[in-house]
Write a protein of this length. Structure first.
Length: 556
Protein backbone atom coordinates (compact mmCIF):
# COMPACT_ATOMS: atom_id res chain seq x y z
CA UNK A 1 0.00 0.00 0.00
CA UNK A 2 1.41 3.37 -1.09
CA UNK A 3 1.51 6.15 1.51
CA UNK A 4 2.10 9.83 0.72
CA UNK A 5 2.92 12.40 3.39
CA UNK A 6 1.92 15.93 2.41
CA UNK A 7 3.76 18.75 4.12
CA UNK A 8 2.43 22.31 4.30
CA UNK A 9 3.16 25.66 5.89
CA UNK A 10 0.13 24.94 8.06
CA UNK A 11 -2.69 22.44 8.11
CA UNK A 12 -5.93 23.67 9.68
CA UNK A 13 -7.74 20.45 10.52
CA UNK A 14 -11.11 21.54 12.02
CA UNK A 15 -10.49 18.70 14.49
CA UNK A 16 -10.55 20.15 18.03
CA UNK A 17 -8.33 17.34 19.31
CA UNK A 18 -5.53 18.46 16.96
CA UNK A 19 -6.49 21.80 15.41
CA UNK A 20 -3.23 22.43 13.55
CA UNK A 21 -0.46 20.29 12.07
CA UNK A 22 2.47 20.33 9.67
CA UNK A 23 1.80 17.12 7.74
CA UNK A 24 -0.95 14.71 6.71
CA UNK A 25 -0.48 11.11 5.53
CA UNK A 26 -2.73 9.70 2.80
CA UNK A 27 -3.24 6.08 1.80
CA UNK A 28 -5.76 4.76 -0.75
CA UNK A 29 -7.49 8.13 -0.97
CA UNK A 30 -8.11 8.45 2.77
CA UNK A 31 -6.34 10.20 5.60
CA UNK A 32 -4.03 7.82 7.41
CA UNK A 33 -2.94 10.30 10.05
CA UNK A 34 -2.16 13.92 10.91
CA UNK A 35 0.79 15.30 12.85
CA UNK A 36 4.50 15.83 12.29
CA UNK A 37 6.40 14.23 9.44
CA UNK A 38 8.33 12.14 11.96
CA UNK A 39 5.15 10.87 13.62
CA UNK A 40 3.58 9.95 10.29
CA UNK A 41 6.73 8.21 9.05
CA UNK A 42 6.12 5.58 11.72
CA UNK A 43 3.32 4.19 9.51
CA UNK A 44 6.04 2.68 7.35
CA UNK A 45 7.27 3.08 3.80
CA UNK A 46 6.19 6.38 2.29
CA UNK A 47 7.00 9.26 -0.02
CA UNK A 48 6.95 12.92 0.97
CA UNK A 49 5.07 15.32 -1.32
CA UNK A 50 6.28 18.89 -0.74
CA UNK A 51 4.12 20.46 -3.46
CA UNK A 52 2.24 22.40 -0.79
CA UNK A 53 5.19 23.22 1.46
CA UNK A 54 4.44 26.96 1.21
CA UNK A 55 0.64 26.57 1.14
CA UNK A 56 -2.05 26.22 3.79
CA UNK A 57 -4.29 23.14 3.75
CA UNK A 58 -7.87 23.13 5.03
CA UNK A 59 -10.57 20.50 4.71
CA UNK A 60 -12.05 20.90 1.25
CA UNK A 61 -14.89 23.39 1.42
CA UNK A 62 -18.39 21.88 1.46
CA UNK A 63 -20.98 23.73 -0.64
CA UNK A 64 -24.38 22.54 0.56
CA UNK A 65 -26.46 24.71 -1.80
CA UNK A 66 -25.51 25.16 -5.43
CA UNK A 67 -26.77 24.03 -8.82
CA UNK A 68 -25.21 21.97 -11.60
CA UNK A 69 -26.89 24.26 -14.11
CA UNK A 70 -24.09 26.75 -13.43
CA UNK A 71 -21.95 24.51 -15.67
CA UNK A 72 -24.35 25.12 -18.55
CA UNK A 73 -24.94 28.81 -18.05
CA UNK A 74 -21.59 29.56 -19.64
CA UNK A 75 -22.92 28.34 -22.99
CA UNK A 76 -25.07 31.51 -22.94
CA UNK A 77 -24.07 35.21 -22.86
CA UNK A 78 -23.70 36.78 -19.42
CA UNK A 79 -25.25 40.20 -18.72
CA UNK A 80 -25.04 40.36 -14.93
CA UNK A 81 -24.02 43.43 -12.97
CA UNK A 82 -20.81 42.11 -11.38
CA UNK A 83 -17.72 40.77 -13.16
CA UNK A 84 -17.48 36.97 -13.04
CA UNK A 85 -15.09 34.26 -14.13
CA UNK A 86 -16.07 31.18 -16.16
CA UNK A 87 -14.98 27.71 -14.98
CA UNK A 88 -12.10 27.71 -17.49
CA UNK A 89 -10.79 30.97 -16.01
CA UNK A 90 -12.13 33.27 -18.73
CA UNK A 91 -13.29 36.63 -17.32
CA UNK A 92 -16.88 37.72 -17.95
CA UNK A 93 -17.24 41.48 -17.45
CA UNK A 94 -20.43 42.81 -15.88
CA UNK A 95 -22.97 45.21 -17.39
CA UNK A 96 -23.51 48.15 -15.04
CA UNK A 97 -26.29 49.91 -16.95
CA UNK A 98 -29.31 49.08 -19.08
CA UNK A 99 -27.53 50.58 -22.08
CA UNK A 100 -24.58 48.20 -21.57
CA UNK A 101 -26.92 45.21 -21.43
CA UNK A 102 -28.68 46.30 -24.61
CA UNK A 103 -25.39 46.96 -26.41
CA UNK A 104 -23.98 43.53 -25.50
CA UNK A 105 -27.14 41.77 -26.66
CA UNK A 106 -27.24 43.82 -29.86
CA UNK A 107 -23.76 42.50 -30.71
CA UNK A 108 -24.91 38.93 -30.08
CA UNK A 109 -28.06 39.45 -32.14
CA UNK A 110 -25.98 40.73 -35.06
CA UNK A 111 -23.74 37.66 -34.94
CA UNK A 112 -26.60 35.12 -34.97
CA UNK A 113 -27.24 33.45 -38.34
CA UNK A 114 -30.85 32.32 -37.93
CA UNK A 115 -33.15 35.39 -37.63
CA UNK A 116 -35.87 33.27 -35.97
CA UNK A 117 -33.65 31.74 -33.27
CA UNK A 118 -34.45 32.98 -29.78
CA UNK A 119 -31.69 34.93 -28.03
CA UNK A 120 -31.25 33.71 -24.45
CA UNK A 121 -28.92 35.41 -21.96
CA UNK A 122 -28.52 35.23 -18.19
CA UNK A 123 -27.43 37.16 -15.10
CA UNK A 124 -29.89 40.08 -15.17
CA UNK A 125 -31.04 41.75 -11.95
CA UNK A 126 -33.10 44.91 -12.52
CA UNK A 127 -32.84 45.96 -8.88
CA UNK A 128 -29.33 47.24 -9.63
CA UNK A 129 -30.91 49.89 -11.87
CA UNK A 130 -33.13 51.79 -9.41
CA UNK A 131 -34.02 54.66 -11.70
CA UNK A 132 -35.68 52.52 -14.36
CA UNK A 133 -36.63 48.83 -14.26
CA UNK A 134 -35.53 46.92 -17.37
CA UNK A 135 -38.64 45.63 -19.19
CA UNK A 136 -39.74 44.54 -22.67
CA UNK A 137 -39.41 47.94 -24.33
CA UNK A 138 -35.68 48.00 -23.50
CA UNK A 139 -35.17 44.56 -25.03
CA UNK A 140 -37.14 45.71 -28.10
CA UNK A 141 -34.08 47.83 -28.91
CA UNK A 142 -32.21 44.57 -29.56
CA UNK A 143 -34.77 43.25 -32.00
CA UNK A 144 -38.42 43.80 -32.84
CA UNK A 145 -38.63 40.43 -34.59
CA UNK A 146 -36.26 38.02 -32.80
CA UNK A 147 -37.57 36.71 -29.44
CA UNK A 148 -35.27 37.74 -26.58
CA UNK A 149 -35.31 36.06 -23.16
CA UNK A 150 -33.02 37.24 -20.34
CA UNK A 151 -32.90 34.99 -17.28
CA UNK A 152 -32.48 36.79 -13.96
CA UNK A 153 -29.51 35.84 -11.82
CA UNK A 154 -31.88 34.78 -9.01
CA UNK A 155 -33.35 32.06 -11.24
CA UNK A 156 -36.83 33.18 -10.22
CA UNK A 157 -37.64 35.63 -13.01
CA UNK A 158 -36.99 36.43 -16.66
CA UNK A 159 -37.50 39.51 -18.80
CA UNK A 160 -38.53 39.13 -22.43
CA UNK A 161 -39.15 41.42 -25.39
CA UNK A 162 -42.41 42.17 -27.17
CA UNK A 163 -41.59 39.79 -30.02
CA UNK A 164 -41.43 36.91 -27.55
CA UNK A 165 -44.67 37.91 -25.81
CA UNK A 166 -46.41 37.98 -29.18
CA UNK A 167 -44.86 34.75 -30.43
CA UNK A 168 -45.97 32.87 -27.31
CA UNK A 169 -49.39 34.51 -27.08
CA UNK A 170 -48.74 36.06 -23.66
CA UNK A 171 -51.19 38.92 -23.24
CA UNK A 172 -53.43 40.62 -20.69
CA UNK A 173 -55.85 37.70 -20.83
CA UNK A 174 -53.25 35.06 -19.86
CA UNK A 175 -54.40 33.60 -16.52
CA UNK A 176 -51.02 32.36 -15.28
CA UNK A 177 -49.82 34.09 -12.09
CA UNK A 178 -46.50 35.90 -12.27
CA UNK A 179 -47.02 37.86 -15.51
CA UNK A 180 -46.11 41.42 -14.52
CA UNK A 181 -48.19 44.17 -16.13
CA UNK A 182 -47.82 47.88 -16.77
CA UNK A 183 -50.15 50.71 -15.75
CA UNK A 184 -52.52 49.83 -18.62
CA UNK A 185 -52.70 46.18 -17.55
CA UNK A 186 -50.55 44.91 -20.44
CA UNK A 187 -47.65 42.45 -19.85
CA UNK A 188 -44.47 44.50 -19.38
CA UNK A 189 -42.11 41.62 -20.23
CA UNK A 190 -41.28 40.38 -16.72
CA UNK A 191 -42.18 36.74 -16.06
CA UNK A 192 -42.05 35.82 -12.40
CA UNK A 193 -41.39 32.27 -11.17
CA UNK A 194 -41.50 28.98 -13.15
CA UNK A 195 -45.17 28.93 -14.14
CA UNK A 196 -44.89 32.28 -15.93
CA UNK A 197 -41.40 31.64 -17.35
CA UNK A 198 -42.55 28.33 -18.81
CA UNK A 199 -44.99 30.27 -21.00
CA UNK A 200 -41.92 31.30 -23.03
CA UNK A 201 -41.79 27.78 -24.41
CA UNK A 202 -39.03 28.03 -27.02
CA UNK A 203 -36.79 30.23 -24.88
CA UNK A 204 -37.18 28.12 -21.77
CA UNK A 205 -36.44 25.01 -23.84
CA UNK A 206 -33.20 26.61 -25.07
CA UNK A 207 -32.29 27.65 -21.54
CA UNK A 208 -32.86 24.22 -20.03
CA UNK A 209 -31.26 22.59 -23.08
CA UNK A 210 -28.02 24.33 -22.18
CA UNK A 211 -28.00 22.33 -18.95
CA UNK A 212 -27.59 18.98 -20.74
CA UNK A 213 -24.42 17.21 -21.81
CA UNK A 214 -21.47 15.83 -19.87
CA UNK A 215 -19.61 19.15 -20.04
CA UNK A 216 -22.19 20.68 -17.67
CA UNK A 217 -21.31 18.62 -14.54
CA UNK A 218 -17.65 18.89 -15.49
CA UNK A 219 -17.81 22.70 -15.62
CA UNK A 220 -19.70 22.64 -12.31
CA UNK A 221 -16.86 20.70 -10.70
CA UNK A 222 -14.23 22.95 -12.30
CA UNK A 223 -15.88 25.99 -10.70
CA UNK A 224 -15.74 24.14 -7.39
CA UNK A 225 -12.07 23.24 -7.84
CA UNK A 226 -11.15 26.84 -8.66
CA UNK A 227 -12.63 27.96 -5.31
CA UNK A 228 -11.30 25.18 -3.05
CA UNK A 229 -14.51 23.13 -2.87
CA UNK A 230 -14.25 19.36 -2.82
CA UNK A 231 -17.88 18.51 -1.93
CA UNK A 232 -20.72 20.25 -3.75
CA UNK A 233 -24.50 19.87 -3.70
CA UNK A 234 -26.78 20.06 -6.70
CA UNK A 235 -29.83 21.17 -4.78
CA UNK A 236 -32.84 20.32 -6.86
CA UNK A 237 -31.83 20.99 -10.47
CA UNK A 238 -31.31 17.35 -11.51
CA UNK A 239 -34.33 15.29 -12.44
CA UNK A 240 -33.35 11.97 -10.93
CA UNK A 241 -36.39 10.29 -12.49
CA UNK A 242 -34.77 10.92 -15.89
CA UNK A 243 -32.57 7.87 -16.65
CA UNK A 244 -30.18 9.93 -18.79
CA UNK A 245 -29.57 12.54 -16.09
CA UNK A 246 -28.96 9.82 -13.52
CA UNK A 247 -26.65 7.95 -15.89
CA UNK A 248 -24.76 11.18 -16.59
CA UNK A 249 -24.06 11.70 -12.90
CA UNK A 250 -22.86 8.14 -12.50
CA UNK A 251 -20.70 8.41 -15.61
CA UNK A 252 -18.90 11.65 -14.81
CA UNK A 253 -18.33 10.97 -11.09
CA UNK A 254 -16.87 7.55 -11.91
CA UNK A 255 -14.09 9.23 -13.88
CA UNK A 256 -10.92 9.45 -11.71
CA UNK A 257 -10.30 12.93 -13.15
CA UNK A 258 -13.61 14.32 -11.89
CA UNK A 259 -12.47 16.88 -9.29
CA UNK A 260 -15.32 16.88 -6.74
CA UNK A 261 -17.74 14.80 -4.72
CA UNK A 262 -21.40 15.60 -5.31
CA UNK A 263 -24.62 15.26 -3.33
CA UNK A 264 -27.53 15.28 -5.77
CA UNK A 265 -30.87 16.19 -4.22
CA UNK A 266 -34.18 14.85 -5.42
CA UNK A 267 -36.91 17.37 -6.01
CA UNK A 268 -40.28 17.71 -7.73
CA UNK A 269 -39.53 20.94 -9.60
CA UNK A 270 -37.41 22.50 -12.35
CA UNK A 271 -38.92 21.12 -15.51
CA UNK A 272 -39.19 17.46 -14.60
CA UNK A 273 -42.87 17.11 -13.87
CA UNK A 274 -44.54 16.57 -10.54
CA UNK A 275 -44.25 13.36 -8.54
CA UNK A 276 -46.29 12.27 -5.53
CA UNK A 277 -44.19 12.77 -2.37
CA UNK A 278 -44.58 9.12 -1.36
CA UNK A 279 -43.32 7.94 -4.77
CA UNK A 280 -40.43 10.35 -4.83
CA UNK A 281 -39.53 9.39 -1.26
CA UNK A 282 -39.33 5.70 -2.18
CA UNK A 283 -37.16 6.47 -5.21
CA UNK A 284 -34.87 8.74 -3.17
CA UNK A 285 -34.38 6.04 -0.52
CA UNK A 286 -33.54 3.51 -3.24
CA UNK A 287 -30.94 5.88 -4.68
CA UNK A 288 -29.49 6.65 -1.26
CA UNK A 289 -29.08 2.97 -0.47
CA UNK A 290 -28.00 1.99 -3.98
CA UNK A 291 -24.85 1.83 -6.07
CA UNK A 292 -23.40 5.32 -5.62
CA UNK A 293 -19.63 5.66 -5.85
CA UNK A 294 -17.32 7.60 -3.52
CA UNK A 295 -17.99 10.79 -5.47
CA UNK A 296 -21.76 10.48 -5.85
CA UNK A 297 -24.27 10.70 -3.00
CA UNK A 298 -28.05 10.85 -2.66
CA UNK A 299 -30.57 11.02 0.17
CA UNK A 300 -31.84 14.57 0.52
CA UNK A 301 -34.98 16.27 -0.78
CA UNK A 302 -35.22 19.85 -2.04
CA UNK A 303 -38.43 21.87 -1.79
CA UNK A 304 -38.99 25.46 -2.98
CA UNK A 305 -41.92 27.24 -1.36
CA UNK A 306 -41.32 30.94 -2.06
CA UNK A 307 -39.41 33.20 -4.42
CA UNK A 308 -36.72 35.89 -4.39
CA UNK A 309 -36.57 38.90 -2.06
CA UNK A 310 -34.85 41.15 -4.60
CA UNK A 311 -37.37 39.92 -7.19
CA UNK A 312 -40.20 40.81 -4.74
CA UNK A 313 -41.56 37.23 -4.98
CA UNK A 314 -40.43 35.91 -1.56
CA UNK A 315 -43.08 35.50 1.14
CA UNK A 316 -42.28 37.87 3.99
CA UNK A 317 -44.32 38.82 7.03
CA UNK A 318 -46.04 42.13 7.77
CA UNK A 319 -45.19 44.95 7.06
CA UNK A 320 -44.11 43.21 3.83
CA UNK A 321 -41.95 45.04 1.28
CA UNK A 322 -40.39 48.40 2.08
CA UNK A 323 -40.36 50.08 -1.35
CA UNK A 324 -41.92 47.63 -3.80
CA UNK A 325 -42.88 48.57 -7.38
CA UNK A 326 -46.15 50.49 -7.58
CA UNK A 327 -48.03 47.57 -9.14
CA UNK A 328 -46.74 45.00 -6.63
CA UNK A 329 -49.51 43.02 -4.86
CA UNK A 330 -47.88 43.50 -1.44
CA UNK A 331 -46.37 40.09 -0.81
CA UNK A 332 -44.61 37.44 -2.85
CA UNK A 333 -45.75 34.17 -4.39
CA UNK A 334 -46.30 30.77 -2.81
CA UNK A 335 -44.70 28.12 -5.02
CA UNK A 336 -46.24 25.37 -2.88
CA UNK A 337 -49.64 25.60 -1.20
CA UNK A 338 -48.81 26.21 2.49
CA UNK A 339 -51.71 24.01 3.55
CA UNK A 340 -50.26 21.10 1.54
CA UNK A 341 -46.73 21.44 2.93
CA UNK A 342 -47.19 19.40 6.16
CA UNK A 343 -48.31 16.35 4.17
CA UNK A 344 -45.41 16.76 1.72
CA UNK A 345 -42.77 17.19 4.41
CA UNK A 346 -44.34 14.39 6.44
CA UNK A 347 -43.98 11.89 3.58
CA UNK A 348 -40.26 12.56 3.21
CA UNK A 349 -39.68 12.71 6.95
CA UNK A 350 -41.45 9.38 7.51
CA UNK A 351 -39.25 7.80 4.82
CA UNK A 352 -36.10 8.80 6.73
CA UNK A 353 -34.97 11.50 4.30
CA UNK A 354 -33.61 14.95 5.10
CA UNK A 355 -35.67 17.84 3.71
CA UNK A 356 -33.93 21.02 2.56
CA UNK A 357 -36.46 23.78 1.96
CA UNK A 358 -35.91 27.07 0.12
CA UNK A 359 -37.25 29.79 2.44
CA UNK A 360 -36.08 33.28 1.53
CA UNK A 361 -38.81 35.04 3.47
CA UNK A 362 -39.63 34.61 7.15
CA UNK A 363 -43.25 33.76 6.35
CA UNK A 364 -41.99 30.85 4.25
CA UNK A 365 -39.62 29.77 7.05
CA UNK A 366 -42.51 29.76 9.52
CA UNK A 367 -44.58 27.50 7.30
CA UNK A 368 -41.69 25.04 6.87
CA UNK A 369 -40.84 25.02 10.58
CA UNK A 370 -44.51 24.34 11.35
CA UNK A 371 -44.49 21.44 8.88
CA UNK A 372 -41.39 19.92 10.47
CA UNK A 373 -42.90 20.26 13.94
CA UNK A 374 -46.06 18.48 12.78
CA UNK A 375 -44.00 15.72 11.15
CA UNK A 376 -42.06 15.19 14.38
CA UNK A 377 -45.27 15.06 16.41
CA UNK A 378 -46.69 12.38 14.13
CA UNK A 379 -43.47 10.45 13.48
CA UNK A 380 -40.85 11.15 16.18
CA UNK A 381 -37.36 10.83 14.73
CA UNK A 382 -33.93 11.83 15.93
CA UNK A 383 -31.08 13.14 13.78
CA UNK A 384 -33.29 14.26 10.89
CA UNK A 385 -31.28 17.47 10.20
CA UNK A 386 -34.09 19.12 8.19
CA UNK A 387 -32.64 22.39 6.92
CA UNK A 388 -34.01 25.85 6.19
CA UNK A 389 -32.26 26.97 3.02
CA UNK A 390 -31.34 30.65 2.49
CA UNK A 391 -32.68 31.80 5.91
CA UNK A 392 -32.63 35.37 4.67
CA UNK A 393 -35.16 36.84 7.08
CA UNK A 394 -35.42 34.02 9.63
CA UNK A 395 -36.22 35.62 12.98
CA UNK A 396 -34.68 35.05 16.39
CA UNK A 397 -37.85 33.29 17.55
CA UNK A 398 -37.70 31.04 14.51
CA UNK A 399 -34.06 30.16 15.20
CA UNK A 400 -35.03 29.22 18.75
CA UNK A 401 -37.75 26.91 17.42
CA UNK A 402 -35.30 25.41 14.92
CA UNK A 403 -32.86 24.63 17.72
CA UNK A 404 -35.62 22.98 19.76
CA UNK A 405 -36.66 20.86 16.75
CA UNK A 406 -33.12 19.82 15.77
CA UNK A 407 -33.21 21.74 12.49
CA UNK A 408 -30.25 23.27 10.68
CA UNK A 409 -29.77 26.51 8.72
CA UNK A 410 -27.96 27.13 5.44
CA UNK A 411 -27.55 30.90 5.29
CA UNK A 412 -27.12 32.93 2.09
CA UNK A 413 -24.41 35.24 3.47
CA UNK A 414 -23.37 36.44 0.02
CA UNK A 415 -26.54 38.55 -0.06
CA UNK A 416 -24.92 40.97 2.37
CA UNK A 417 -22.44 41.98 -0.32
CA UNK A 418 -24.38 41.47 -3.54
CA UNK A 419 -27.78 42.86 -2.44
CA UNK A 420 -27.27 44.32 1.03
CA UNK A 421 -27.62 47.92 -0.13
CA UNK A 422 -30.78 47.09 -2.07
CA UNK A 423 -32.29 45.17 0.85
CA UNK A 424 -31.68 48.13 3.18
CA UNK A 425 -32.96 50.78 0.79
CA UNK A 426 -35.58 48.97 -1.29
CA UNK A 427 -36.80 45.50 -0.35
CA UNK A 428 -37.12 45.24 3.46
CA UNK A 429 -35.76 48.48 4.95
CA UNK A 430 -32.89 49.24 7.34
CA UNK A 431 -34.12 47.43 10.46
CA UNK A 432 -34.88 44.06 8.89
CA UNK A 433 -31.86 44.28 6.58
CA UNK A 434 -29.61 44.57 9.64
CA UNK A 435 -30.87 41.16 10.77
CA UNK A 436 -30.70 39.38 7.42
CA UNK A 437 -28.59 36.25 6.91
CA UNK A 438 -28.06 36.15 10.65
CA UNK A 439 -25.15 33.78 11.29
CA UNK A 440 -24.61 35.47 14.66
CA UNK A 441 -28.14 34.69 15.83
CA UNK A 442 -27.93 31.10 14.56
CA UNK A 443 -24.74 30.63 16.55
CA UNK A 444 -26.13 32.25 19.70
CA UNK A 445 -29.34 30.18 19.55
CA UNK A 446 -27.46 26.90 19.06
CA UNK A 447 -28.55 26.12 15.51
CA UNK A 448 -26.06 24.16 13.40
CA UNK A 449 -25.43 26.29 10.31
CA UNK A 450 -23.52 26.55 7.10
CA UNK A 451 -23.57 29.17 4.35
CA UNK A 452 -23.66 29.00 0.58
CA UNK A 453 -23.27 30.70 -2.79
CA UNK A 454 -26.33 29.27 -4.59
CA UNK A 455 -24.26 29.36 -7.78
CA UNK A 456 -25.05 30.45 -10.48
CA UNK A 457 -26.88 33.12 -8.43
CA UNK A 458 -23.52 34.20 -6.98
CA UNK A 459 -20.08 32.76 -7.76
CA UNK A 460 -19.08 29.64 -5.87
CA UNK A 461 -16.39 30.39 -3.29
CA UNK A 462 -16.56 29.94 0.47
CA UNK A 463 -13.74 32.40 1.09
CA UNK A 464 -16.02 35.15 -0.21
CA UNK A 465 -19.09 33.78 1.58
CA UNK A 466 -17.06 33.55 4.81
CA UNK A 467 -15.85 37.13 4.29
CA UNK A 468 -19.49 38.24 4.07
CA UNK A 469 -20.43 36.42 7.28
CA UNK A 470 -17.39 37.75 9.15
CA UNK A 471 -17.49 41.37 7.96
CA UNK A 472 -21.06 41.96 6.70
CA UNK A 473 -19.97 44.62 4.21
CA UNK A 474 -22.24 45.63 1.36
CA UNK A 475 -20.99 46.38 -2.15
CA UNK A 476 -20.70 50.05 -1.18
CA UNK A 477 -18.68 49.22 1.94
CA UNK A 478 -21.38 49.77 4.56
CA UNK A 479 -21.64 47.39 7.54
CA UNK A 480 -25.05 45.72 7.66
CA UNK A 481 -25.99 44.52 11.15
CA UNK A 482 -22.63 44.33 12.98
CA UNK A 483 -24.17 42.25 15.80
CA UNK A 484 -24.66 39.41 13.31
CA UNK A 485 -20.98 39.03 12.46
CA UNK A 486 -19.16 35.81 13.39
CA UNK A 487 -15.50 34.94 13.93
CA UNK A 488 -13.25 33.55 11.20
CA UNK A 489 -13.07 30.31 13.20
CA UNK A 490 -16.87 29.99 13.15
CA UNK A 491 -16.94 30.82 9.45
CA UNK A 492 -14.42 28.07 8.65
CA UNK A 493 -16.55 25.62 10.62
CA UNK A 494 -19.63 26.65 8.61
CA UNK A 495 -17.64 26.25 5.37
CA UNK A 496 -16.58 22.70 6.20
CA UNK A 497 -18.21 20.70 8.99
CA UNK A 498 -21.36 22.84 8.99
CA UNK A 499 -22.22 21.87 5.44
CA UNK A 500 -21.08 18.28 5.90
CA UNK A 501 -23.37 17.91 8.92
CA UNK A 502 -26.45 19.08 7.00
CA UNK A 503 -25.72 16.57 4.24
CA UNK A 504 -25.05 13.75 6.71
CA UNK A 505 -21.54 13.23 5.35
CA UNK A 506 -19.63 14.67 8.32
CA UNK A 507 -18.24 11.17 8.99
CA UNK A 508 -16.60 11.30 5.54
CA UNK A 509 -15.56 14.93 4.95
CA UNK A 510 -15.39 18.32 6.67
CA UNK A 511 -12.23 17.88 8.73
CA UNK A 512 -8.71 16.57 8.24
CA UNK A 513 -8.53 13.55 10.51
CA UNK A 514 -7.81 9.85 10.26
CA UNK A 515 -10.32 7.80 8.30
CA UNK A 516 -11.93 10.60 6.29
CA UNK A 517 -11.46 11.22 2.58
CA UNK A 518 -8.18 12.98 1.74
CA UNK A 519 -9.97 16.08 0.44
CA UNK A 520 -8.20 19.42 0.94
CA UNK A 521 -8.53 23.06 -0.09
CA UNK A 522 -5.07 24.40 -0.97
CA UNK A 523 -4.73 28.11 -0.14
CA UNK A 524 -1.95 30.64 -0.65
CA UNK A 525 -2.38 32.13 2.83
CA UNK A 526 -3.70 31.33 6.29
CA UNK A 527 -7.30 32.52 6.86
CA UNK A 528 -6.71 32.49 10.63
CA UNK A 529 -3.73 34.85 10.35
CA UNK A 530 -4.71 37.41 7.69
CA UNK A 531 -6.75 40.54 8.31
CA UNK A 532 -10.39 39.33 8.19
CA UNK A 533 -11.10 42.07 5.66
CA UNK A 534 -8.76 40.30 3.21
CA UNK A 535 -10.27 36.85 3.68
CA UNK A 536 -11.96 36.90 0.27
CA UNK A 537 -8.68 37.81 -1.43
CA UNK A 538 -6.74 34.70 -0.40
CA UNK A 539 -5.57 32.86 -3.49
CA UNK A 540 -6.69 29.29 -4.15
CA UNK A 541 -4.12 26.94 -5.69
CA UNK A 542 -6.78 24.29 -6.18
CA UNK A 543 -7.83 21.14 -4.36
CA UNK A 544 -6.85 17.61 -3.45
CA UNK A 545 -9.61 15.00 -3.77
CA UNK A 546 -8.90 11.49 -2.58
CA UNK A 547 -5.22 12.32 -2.55
CA UNK A 548 -5.21 13.48 -6.20
CA UNK A 549 -4.07 17.00 -7.11
CA UNK A 550 -6.50 19.27 -8.99
CA UNK A 551 -4.93 22.69 -9.72
CA UNK A 552 -7.34 25.57 -10.33
CA UNK A 553 -7.61 27.08 -13.79
CA UNK A 554 -4.52 29.21 -14.27
CA UNK A 555 -2.72 27.85 -11.16
CA UNK A 556 1.06 27.75 -11.38
Amino acid sequence: MSTTIYTARRIITMNPALPSAEAVAVRDGRILGVGTTEELAAWGEHTVDATFADKVLLPGFVEAHSHVMTGGMWKLPYVGFFDRVAPDGTPAPGCTSIDEIVARLQEIDAAMDDPSEVLVAWGLDPIYFPDERLVARHLDRISETRPVFVYHVSGHLATVNTALLQAEGIDRHSPTPGIAVDAEGEPDGELQEPAAMNLATSAFAKLTGSFTGDEVPWNYAYEARNAGHTFITDLGTSQLRDPEQLARWRRVTSDPEYPARVMVAAGPGFGGGAAAPEDLAREAVTLRDGDENDKLHFGIIKLIIDGSIQGFTARISWPYYYDAPADHPGNGLWLVDPEALPEIVGAYHKAGLTVHCHCNGDEAAEVFIDAVEKALEEHPRWNHRHTVQHCQLTTKAQYRRMAELGMAANIFSNHIFFWGDQHRDVTVGPERAAGMDACGTAEREGVSFSFHSDTPVTPMGHLHVAWCAVNRRTATGKVLGPEETISVESALHAATLGGAYQLKVDHLVGSIEAGKFADFAVLDDDPLSVDPMTLKDIGVWGTVVGGKHFPAAGAQ
